[in-house]
Design a protein around this ligand. Structure first.
Ligand code: SF4
Ligand code: SF4
Length: 226
């Protein structure tokens, strides 16, 4: 447990450093298309309609949501494709202890609204009656998840799992079971066979996460100014 927390602390430090690099790189691209008429112009100033500054803001928004976003998603897809080189160790932890930032009611609502992931999730998993009940399965993992998530975490389990921790129809398991873990930054159980994948792709996953955060921040600010 101590080792896990140490590696998470290191990860936060690494993320801060990577975030600084990502911000610098995006800033360079933004400044490359700055009009010569406003050498000292600030991207987040209020500019007049049809002025070089306003046009710059529009071009930056286009760049963020076009070329830069496409590159982020291309790299994310590469990371996910690379996951198929690794194998599930069939430890069954993700069947016994699935977690979500959404409560059972929220997931039900999302499923009714057509959210495909929520539809599958609610058709497979049932909520634990209490956190204490979930904690009996894997106390360290629960503590780790709770310590490192800003939002509340809800715990679920699959009632189909057999007493000897087997999926009764593993070859035909649902897509979301096949896709787990689909987030390269999620906290995985120690026994998970995908920890090696996560370790390998972590630096690029952190960089992409930082870029997404920066793109969202810039886009939100620009949309208010344009
Ligand atoms: S359906 Fe099978 S693989 Fe999916 S959570 Fe249930 S037991 Fe696990
Ligand atoms: S936690 Fe990882 S190794 Fe264990 S069953 Fe789930 S995907 Fe497979």
């Amino acid at each position: 447990m101590k080792n896990l927390n140490t590696s998470l602390d290191n990860l936060k430090k690494e993320y801060r450093e990577i975030f600084t690099v990502a911000a610098r790189e995006i800033n360079e691209q933004v400044n490359k298309i700055k009009p010569a008429e406003i050498p000292n112009g600030n991207l987040f100033e209020q500019y007049e309609e049809n002025s070089p500054g306003k046009n710059w803001q529009k071009e930056v928004l286009k760049l963020l949501n076009g070329e830069i976003s496409r590159e982020i998603f291309r790299k994310l897809n590469e990371i996910l494709a690379y996951r198929t080189k690794f194998n599930c160790a069939r430890c069954a932890t993700c069947c016994k202890l699935a977690c979500s930032e959404f409560s059972p009611e929220e997931l039900k609502q999302k499923a009714q609204n057509g959210d495909n992931f929520a539809k599958q999730f609610t058709s497979i998993f049932v909520p634990y009656k209490s956190k204490e009940e979930a904690a009996k399965v894997y106390p360290e993992y629960i503590k780790l998840l709770e310590d490192n998530k800003e939002d509340k975490v809800y715990f679920y389990h699959c009632p189909k799992l057999t007493a000897d921790n087997q999926c009764p129809d593993y070859e035909n398991r649902p897509q979301i079971c096949r896709d787990f873990p689909d987030n390269p930054l999620s906290i995985l159980p120690l026994a998970c066979g995908y920890n090696k994948w996560k370790e390998e792709i972590q630096p690029i996953a952190l960089m992409l996460h930082a870029m997404i955060e920066i793109v969202e921040f810039y886009s939100d600010k620009l949309k208010k100014l344009i």
